[in-house]
Ligand binder design. Structure first.
Ligand code: ADP
Ligand code: MG
Length: 334
């Protein structure tokens, strides 16, 4: 079990309210991702749930029990950090076994649990090594193994992959997802990377300045961002946001259109523009197009082998059924 509920939880450091009162429910077995720019309060929120910070107000409830005043070790949660925090002088086996030794569990039981964790993390061949003899990805797996043996009701991950290089990050992302499929335990995963959020989450919680901007599945957020912040934050490259007269035509203060929802047409486009930069990625090409009357260049996604370069004129046609409309206060027009 691992249903986590926050009721009117807030956090103030000194006289700075980092997290105004918020409500949130993470369901048992869910993979929830807290995402938002650096400094928005993701780690603070996770630490409040873990009990590493005291709440300034509100209640935290795990599986129906109020744990707001309960010490971290008694909450049944396990946290994995960006810095692996392994003991360098201990072997992998001893590092993973560490929390169980603290509980004074029988050695035979410890060995069995360590073996199971090591198997599910492909660490069996490394149990006698020390952390210094492992790659970054393997070290992070050891840190996860140390969390697994505690059999927590939920795992809390704080940017666990930030220290790894890009290729390794993609691999570890898949491993953590496979682990979630296997264990079916609640996981809360903090990241500033919206791609990680989109690819991993059952439920994304978008935060800005300690405020929850939207909660939903990746596709809900992609298809119907609640406000301009979420519209600009979710999706890569970013959604084009256009204000002024062009938006007024659609009865909005700002309209949004994603790069993949603008077609390049031979004639009869809505916007005529000049290509400033074309980024050829092989699979796709991203064109940055200057259009008269639109302040920012529009980003347009096209096929990989389009023969368009700097200075070329193009005619653009937005798919009107994919248009997002926002009011003056930034909220989506339904
Ligand atoms: P994130 O993890 O999203 O980058 P944090 O939760 O670490 O953000 O921080 C949110 C805000 O709270 C930041 O402005 C940070 O400076 C502030 N903060 C975090 N911890 C403390 C603390 N112990 N004392 C004072 N301010 C803090
Ligand atoms: Mg953080």
């Amino acid at each position: 079990m691992g249903r986590i509920v926050l009721e009117k939880v807030s956090k103030t450091f000194g006289d700075v309210e980092v997290i105004p009162p918020l409500d949130l429910a993470i369901e048992d077995g869910e993979f929830a991702v807290f995402v938002g720019p650096s400094g928005c309060g993701k780690s603070t929120l996770l630490r409040l749930i873990a009990g590493l910070e005291d709440t300034s107000s509100g209640e935290i409830i795990i599986d129906g029990e109020t744990v707001t005043e309960v010490s971290p070790s008694k909450r049944g949660l396990a946290m994995v950090f960006q810095s692996y925090a392994l003991y360098p002088h201990m072997t992998v086996r001893k590092n993973i076994a560490f929390p169980l030794r603290m509980e004074k569990m029988d050695q035979s039981e410890i060995d069995a649990k360590v073996d199971i964790a090591a198997t599910s993390l492909n660490l069996t061949d490394y149990l006698d090594r020390k952390p210094g003899q492992l790659s970054g990805g393997q070290r992070q797996r050891v840190a996860i193994g140390r969390a697994i043996v505690r059999e927590p009701s939920a795992f809390l991950f704080d940017e666990p992959l930030s220290n790894l290089d890009a290729a390794l990050r993609v691999g570890m992302r898949m491993e953590i997802l496979e682990l979630h499929n296997k264990l079916k335990t609640t996981m809360i995963y903090v990241t500033h990377d919206q791609v990680e959020a989109m690819t991993m989450a059952d439920k994304i919680v978008v935060l800005q300045a300690g405020v929850i901007e939207q909660v939903g599945t990746p596709l809900e957020l992609y298809r119907a961002p609640r406000n301009l912040f979420v519209a600009g934050f979710i999706g890569s490259p970013k959604m084009n946001l256009i204000a002024g007269e062009e938006a007024a035509k659609h009865g909005a203060t700002t309209i949004g259109i994603r790069p993949e929802h603008i077609d390049i047409v031979t004639s009869g486009g809505v916007w005529e523009g000049t290509v400033s930069v074309s980024e050829h990625l092989g699979s796709d090409t991203f064109l940055h197009v200057n259009v008269d009357g639109i302040e920012e260049p529009l980003t347009v996604r096209s096929i990989g082998d389009i023969a368009v370069r700097h200075g070329d004129k193009v005619s653009l046609s937005p798919r009107l059924n994919e248009l997002h409309k926002f009011r003056e206060d930034g909220l989506r027009v339904e």
